[in-house]
Design a protein around this ligand. Structure first.
Ligand code: ADP
Ligand code: ASP
Ligand code: MG
Length: 819
């Protein structure tokens, strides 16, 4: 049996971790039945970066490179001292010292010459793996001679493309198999990863992350039974765990899928690693050094037949999109060849290509660091056509990233890209370019880097069934309704998670005094305290926070009655942030504003929901929308829409002053903060207007007739004055009541809409009327439509109160979540 085990930078970062590696390897080697174990190691975690930074600083004439060098020395010395018994430390310590001196000499040279070529880059970087492998082999051998050390440079032969050298596969395989033949039985060999040499023996490297590749090359050359990549995560995951909160391990994956995922940024495995082992059908395991008992991921010919259509999602940052455009390109062959030639002459790697079908433009994604070079090269290659204005100068966009879906099952499932684009669109992620490989294993999108985290999470929630959809709320208003809403959110959290796979977090909370933000979610048991400790309230800053946090599934919730708050919806909708409002001011403002908000919602795919504007939680607007959307036409609506007025007229029989009954309604929380909005009928006018608008009518407040029952004297001054004036007008109210009673009727404040006209006013209602049996703070709406001609469709129930209003807001939040 031959096994190749590779241990990454974190796995060998220090003595403690190296001891874990040793114990894993010992176990594996013991069970290898006299077979051979090849252990490929990375540099101690972070050392490659330190080496390259030191040399970079030196080349820039910055003396602080010496600090980096002493850190490098210290890290290795420490590892030696902790791993090796004092008596046998000295030879290894002097080996490390000698290597560190060499690194210093090289860096001093770079410092003096101010020259840092790719060739010296590789020379410097190679010390990382050289040192780690020397230390690790010594650690294996501290008690008895168990392990051999083999210089990779003697076996892996590459071309001279420094920093990214390509292997001479034939020679390398031959070298490795000769080396193997000379090994004693049951050998354990430690090999430095990442480093190789060209035919002249000059050090080269295989590219950052290249130790994985070294291991794969050994596995392929020896036709190993298994290749194991030991790292710091328990396998290849459905997305980068540093980005996606819900990422989970993929138990089995095909070579092709693993290759695509790594090519598009899944750093857990270096992309070129798969090809050599795939060609030989060698199974690859990704295992966790820090949780060796975890199963890990098996990469092999067939991925597992799980229900997931998408196997994984990955992303690459630092992308530039270069586009060649021009009318002169149409139908002329050879343009793309010349473009790609220009890029390849400059060694610029093409990550993704899209061409519009009209052939007016070709866009290519490349590493952003190559953008300038690309521009020079392509503009030079097309200088003639540019001069003749057949082609535009190369257009370069930066600060972009690629987000890609990978999965072999995607090809047999139509509509995946549609779902991908729609999920991104609903979250305001603008897609700059799209590419789908013809094998349909991969769908890639180019998006702004600032959107990557959001996009990866959105896609993960969309395509992985067991993943929780995380919803981020920004709530303004902590009065009656707000407080109830927060209570309900807390109470329902468990249910939403378990039954709907939705996790709702309140990220921002504000009232008129304070505001607070917490990206982990405000503690809903303790929101009063958190809010009190927050900063001073500032609405524009709140908006800024909502927008700039750029969180997926963001919903702004307005539970105030404030006009300033209603004035910020447009900014939010522009950024695809849904708005849920129980505040009526926006929907009842001038028609042009209402219409604008509706259009923004449509254009930018954010929801604008305000079901509680009419009848609190009663499904009034929802019902009306369902009717019109299903092709019905609403001709007439008759409604009692003021919980306050209903309460007042249900409770007033002359035995107690009218003003007292109104006060009771206010105390019990049924009225607007200023009860005159209810009593004057203005609030009812707003509601019937909103219904008329939702039914398709372009209505303004001035278009509504209001037959008010409130004497003029009640409308002046403060709320206190209002109560006094009402008391003084008791006789007026009593008369209204007595007249109705005498006619065998009760009083209802009715809103009517018919043929485009709306009116509100007090009416005598007879016992046989649909509006008669309304109790407490009930609301009722009768819809007469094409389909509901004689008997109306009736919605009836409690139409006011903090608890029900909050539940209506809650329902809108869920609606926005599901949209
Ligand atoms: P090593 O030093 O062991 O080679 P790397 O840092 O190169 O380790 O790769 C492992 C890291 O890759 C993980 O810690 C994880 O943060 C990152 N990573 C990115 N995408 C994925 C993914 N899809 N699955 C697992 N890990 C991923
Ligand atoms: N040490 C190298 C790097 O950091 C190679 C590797 O770890 O795979 O890129
Ligand atoms: Mg790696």
């Amino acid at each position: 049996m031959i096994q190749v085990l590779k241990f990454g930078g974190t796995s060998v970062a220090n003595a403690e971790n190296i001891n874990k590696v040793i114990s894993i390897v010992n176990n594996k080697h013991l069970s290898a039945n006299n077979g051979t174990t090849i252990v490929v190691v990375s540099a101690l975690g972070g050392i490659t970066d330190l080496l390259l930074t030191a040399a970079q600083l030196a080349s820039a004439g910055d003396e602080t490179y010496k600090e980096k060098l002493s850190l490098i020395e210290q890290r290795h010395m420490e590892a030696v001292k902790q791993l090796i018994p004092v008596v046998s430390q000295s030879s290894l310590l002097s080996l490390v010292k000698k290597a560190c001196n060499e690194i210093e000499d090289i860096c001093n040279g770079i410092f003096l010459l101010k020259e840092f070529t790719p060739r010296s880059r590789d020379r410097v970087a190679s010390y990382g793996e050289w040192l780690s492998s020397k230390i690790i082999v010594a650690a294996f051998n501290k008690e008895q001679e168990k392990a051999l050390w083999q210089d990779a440079k003697e076996l892996l032969v590459t071309n001279s493309n420094f920093t990214q050298a390509q292997l001479d596969v034939a020679v390398t395989h031959k070298n490795i198999s000769n080396f193997y033949k000379a090994l004693p039985v049951h050998s354990l060999v430690v090999v430095p990863g990442f480093i190789a040499a060209n035919a002249e023996g000059v050090t080269t490297t295989l590219g950052r992350g290249g130790s994985d590749y070294t291991a794969a090359v050994f596995a392929a050359a020896l036709q190993a039974d298994t290749l194991e990549i030991w790292t710091d995560v328990s396998g290849m995951m459905t997305a980068d765990p540093r980005l996606a909160t819900n990422a989970r391990i993929i138990p089995r994956i095909s070579y092709h899928e693993a290759m695509e995922l790594s090519h598009f940024g899944a750093k857990v495995i270096y992309p070129p690693t798969i090809q050599p082992v795939m060609a030989k059908g060698i199974p690859v395991w990704i295992k966790n050094t820090f949780a060796p008992e975890d199963e890990g991921t098996l990469i092999e010919v067939h991925g597992a037949k799980t229900g997931d259509i998408v196997r994984g999602i990955s992303s690459i940052n630092n992308i530039a999109l270069i586009s060649l455009e021009g009318s002169g390109m149409v139908g002329i062959p050879g343009f793309s060849k010349r473009l790609f030639e220009a890029l390849s002459n400059e060694q610029i790697n093409v990550i993704l290509i899209t061409q519009s079908s009209s052939e007016h433009s070709i866009s290519v994604a490349i590493d952003a660091s190559m953008a300038y070079k690309a521009k020079q090269a392509v503009d030079a290659a097309f200088a003639n056509e540019i001069a003749l204005q057949k082609v535009e100068p190369l257009f370069v966009e930066t600060e972009l990233s690629i987000a890609a879906l990978v999965g072999e099952n995607m090809k047999s499932h139509p509509g995946i890209s549609g779902r991908m684009f729609s999920a991104l669109g609903k979250n305001g992620v603008n897609i700059r370019a799209i590419a789908q490989g013809s094998s349909e294993k991969n769908i890639s999108t180019v998006i702004a880097t600032k959107d990557v985290k959001k996009a990866i999470n959105v896609l993960h929630e969309e395509f992985f069934g067991t993943s929780y959809k995380q919803v981020h709320l920004f709530i303004v208003g902590t009065g009656n309704v707000g407080a109830k809403l927060l209570g309900q959110l807390q109470q329902q959290a468990q249910y939403l998670k378990e039954r709907m796979h939705v996790v709702v977090k309140v990220i921002g909370l504000a009232n008129s005094r304070n505001m607070v933000f917490n990206e982990n979610g405000i503690d809903l048991q303790n929101w009063q305290q958190e809010l009190q400790n927050g900063e001073a309230s500032d609405l524009q800053h709140f908006v800024y926070q909502v927008i700039n946090r750029n969180l997926r599934n963001s919903i702004f919730v307005d539970v105030t009655a404030n006009d300033k708050v209603a004035g910020i919806y447009d900014q939010l909708l522009h950024k695809t942030i849904s708005v849920v409002a129980c505040n009526k001011i926006a929907a009842a403002s001038v028609y042009s504003n209402y219409k604008k908000l509706k259009q923004l919602s449509e254009e930018f795919h954010g929801q604008f929901l305000f079901e509680t504007n009419v009848g609190a939680a009663l499904p009034v607007i929802g019902t009306l929308n369902d009717l019109t959307r299903s092709g019905d036409a609403v001709h007439k609506m008759q409604a009692v829409l003021s919980g306050t007025l209903n309460f007042v007229f249900n409770n007033y029989d002359g035995s107690r002053p009218f003003a007292d009954v109104v006060k009771q309604a206010q105390d019990e929380g049924y009225t607007e903060p200023d009860p005159r909005l209810d009593l004057s009928g203005t609030d009812v006018m707003r509601k019937i207007m909103i219904l008329a608008r939702e039914a398709g009518d372009q209505m303004e407040m001035e278009d509504i007739t209001n037959n008010s029952f409130l004497p003029e004297s009640c409308m002046q001054g403060s709320v206190d004055d209002f109560y006094k004036a009402m008391a003084a007008e008791e006789a007026h109210f009593n008369k209204l009541y007595q007249q109705a009673k005498a006619a065998g009727c009760i009083l209802k404040f009715v809103a009517s809409y018919e043929n485009g006209k709306a009116s509100v006013g007090l009416q005598h209602i007879k016992p046989e009327h649909d509006l008669y049996h309304l109790y407490g703070k009930d609301n009722i709406v009768l819809f007469y439509t094409d389909r509901y001609k004689e008997q109306p469709l009736v919605v009836k129930g409690a139409g006011a109160g903090a608890e029900v209003t909050a539940s209506g807001v809650f329902a809108d939040i869920i609606r926005a979540t599901k949209a």
